[in-house]
Design a protein around this ligand. Structure first.
Ligand SMILES: NC(=O)c1ccc[n+]([C@@H]2O[C@H](COP(=O)([O-])OP(=O)(O)OC[C@H]3O[C@@H](n4cnc5c(N)ncnc54)[C@H](OP(=O)(O)O)[C@@H]3O)[C@@H](O)[C@H]2O)c1
Length: 157
C-alpha cells in the first residue's frame, strides 16, 4: 500500500521557503506522524532530506533523488521513486515534500492528511487531490497553540 502523509493548510500549503511554518506548534501531529510511520518505510525528497538532522528512528529512510551525491548514513537512495513505488510489495509512507508528492501522487492509494485551518502563506503545495480521492475518515477538530485541525484519511476514488 502506498500512503501519503502530510499536514496542509487550507490552500494546500505544506511549507514556505524556510520550512514548515507551524513547525513545533502541533505536537499531536508529530506524534500522529510518528505512530503511523514507525516500523515502516518512509520516503522523502531531497528538499525534506536536507532539513533532517538525522534519519527518522525505527524507520527505513528512503530518499528519492536523481543525484549521484552520497547520502548520510542511515538514508537509502531511491533513484526513481515512481518505478520504486510501482514495483514494491512493501508498505511505503511518502512523506514529502512538494516535489516528491507532485511526481508520485498518481501512485498513491491513500492520503493521511492533517487538515489545518488558515492560510500559512506557503510557497510549496500539496497537489490538488480532491477529484481523485474520497474522504473516508475524519477526526473531531482539535486546537493546539491556536491552530485548529482534523486528521483525515482519503482513499482513491
Ligand atoms: N507539511 C508537510 O506535511 C511536509 C511534509 C514533508 C516536507 N515538508 C516540507 O516540504 C519542503 C520540501 O519540499 P520540496 O518540494 O522543496 O522538496 P522535496 O519534494 O523534498 O524534494 C524534491 C526533490 O526530490 C527528488 N525527487 C522528487 N521526485 C522524484 C522522483 N520521482 N524520483 C527521484 N527523485 C525525485 C528530486 O531530487 P534531486 O534533485 O536530488 O533529483 C527533487 O528535486 C520542506 O520545506 C519540508 O519541510 C512539508
Amino acid at each position: 500500500m502506498i500512503r501519503f502523509i502530510a499536514a496542509i493548510d487550507e490552500k494546500r500549503g505544506i511549507a514556505d521557503d524556510s520550512g514548515i511554518p507551524w513547525q513545533g506548534r502541533i505536537p499531536s501531529d508529530v506524534a500522529y506522524f510518528r505512530k503511523k510511520t514507525t516500523n515502516s518505510n518512509i520516503m522523502m525528497g531531497t528538499g525534506w532530506y536536507r532539513e533532517q538532522e538525522k534519519p527518522l528512528p525505527n524507520r527505513r529512510n528512503l530518499v528519492a533523488t536523481t543525484s549521484v551525491e552520497r547520502l548520510r548514513d542511515g538514508f537509502e537512495k531511491v533513484p526513481d521513486a515512481r518505478k520504486y513505488l510501482a514495483e514494491t510489495k512493501e508498505d511505503i509512507w511518502v512523506g514529502g515534500g512538494a516535489g516528491l508528492f507532485a511526481s508520485t501522487i498518481d501512485l498513491a492509494d491513500e492520503l493521511y492528511i492533517t487538515q489545518l485551518q488558515g492560510d500559512f502563506h506557503c510557497t510549496k503545495f500539496f497537489p490538488d487531490f480532491r477529484a481523485q480521492f474520497v474522504l473516508t475518515e475524519e477526526s473531531e477538530p482539535y486546537t493546539e497553540n491556536g491552530i485548529s485541525y482534523t486528521f483525515q484519511v482519503w482513499k482513491r476514488a
